[in-house]
Design a protein. Structure first.
Length: 327
């Protein structure tokens, strides 16, 4: 396996962010933990299993959209110029390979810059892409893209296409999502492009099943955040004392994931030298996944300084992939 040439202080920086996110989140009322904490090595593997579950339509539907339109997407993004492709929260980059293959058909070599908080995901993606598509040079970056996103400058005559797919934008509250996209725009030149994958509002039964599958993989993924805190912060969370809960919040148009304490309990976090106390039925809110309409997705692009260029959806209108040009 290859080892990512990460910035020397990237791992240390992320550890600092974990400590501060956990301290703040468990002191908040209601308690919360940020969803990026899911993605240690085990969490990245569990997420890959989720993408193969029958209930988890998101990956399957987005993959179909990308497979059918990859050539057109890279052609529109490049507008006749060479492309360089970056990706926020790349994970295993499984769907991304469709776009990378389409890009190397129009230019002989390509630089691909995945950004992720999961070192194991970056390593595996790099190894697999370089083996399967040797024309692609992978330049990974271990970073939290909400804190530090420093992409290399593009060469003259080169366009950057930033991929932000997989409905990851849905993890952010609307104001934060707008700020995040504005930050991405600030790092781009006019004419560069952003491809945004957005999960759309649909039948609540479909949504609930996608976040609470029958095999219990999403429950294990949710609880893995506690496994991680036990290992990395010397905490003593009893996993059996917390239930996975997926809830549709209609007022906010979002799916939520929670870990609900069955009983009153006190948990020690040795590395933080503090305790967290829970009442019976008290929850830790671990994830939001906002569901949008296509019009709202394009408004988000416009607000952040991207002119919508094209939009692709599936026949049921469950998922949208929108291309915006930095204007
Ligand atoms: C839901 S997965 C999506 C993976 C892939 N893009 C897809 O569409 O299947 C989210 C990925 O983003 C990464 N991630 C989540 N929050 C992040 C952040 N703030 N900064 C960098 N990476 C992040 C996770 O490690 C994970 O690999």
């Amino acid at each position: 396996m290859t080892t990512s040439p990460v910035l020397p202080n990237a791992i240390e920086q992320l550890s600092g962010q974990i400590v501060s996110a956990v301290r703040t989140g468990l002191a908040a009322r209601p308690k919360r933990l940020p969803s990026w904490l899911f993605y240690d090595e085990a969490g990245s593997r569990l997420f890959d299993q989720i993408t193969e579950l029958p209930e988890y339509y998101l990956t399957r539907v987005e993959r179909r959209i990308l497979a059918a339109n990859a050539q057109q997407i890279v052609a529109l993004a490049g507008e006749g110029e060479r492309l360089r492709i970056a990706e926020l929260g790349a994970g295993s980059a499984e769907k991304t390979r469709l776009l990378l293959r389409a890009a190397v058909q129009r230019q002989s070599t390509l630089v691909y810059e995945p950004v992720d908080v999961s070192l194991s995901a970056l390593d595996e993606a790099q190894e697999r892409i370089e083996r399967e598509i040797p024309a692609v040079r992978v330049a990974p970056q271990l970073a939290d893209y909400t804190h530090s996103l420093a992409l290399e400058p593009t060469e003259p005559g080169e366009r950057r296409l930033v991929l932000y797919i997989g409905s990851s934008i849905g993890n952010f509250e609307p104001d934060h999502a707008a700020q995040l996209l504005q930050g991405v725009r600030a790092g781009l030149k006019t004419g560069d492009a952003l491809l945004l994958g957005v999960d759309l509002v649909k039948d609540v039964r479909v949504l609930l099943a996608a976040y609470d599958d029958a095999a219990g993989v999403t429950a294990a993924f949710n609880r893995n955040i506690l496994v991680r805190l036990n290992r990395e912060l010397g905490a003593d969370f009893d996993l059996d004392a917390f239930a996975h809960q997926a809830v549709w919040n209609a007022a906010e148009s979002r799916m939520e994931m929670h870990l609900v304490s069955h009983v009153p309990q006190r948990v020690r976090l040795a590395a933080l030298d503090c305790d967290a106390t829970f009442k019976a039925d008290e929850s830790i809110h671990t994830e939001n996944s906002y569901k949008y309409t296509p019009g709202q997705a394009e408004d988000m692009l416009r607000t952040a300084g991207f002119a919508p260029v094209a939009r692709w959806t599936d026949h049921r209108g469950w998922f949208a992939v929108c291309l915006g040009r930095a204007s």
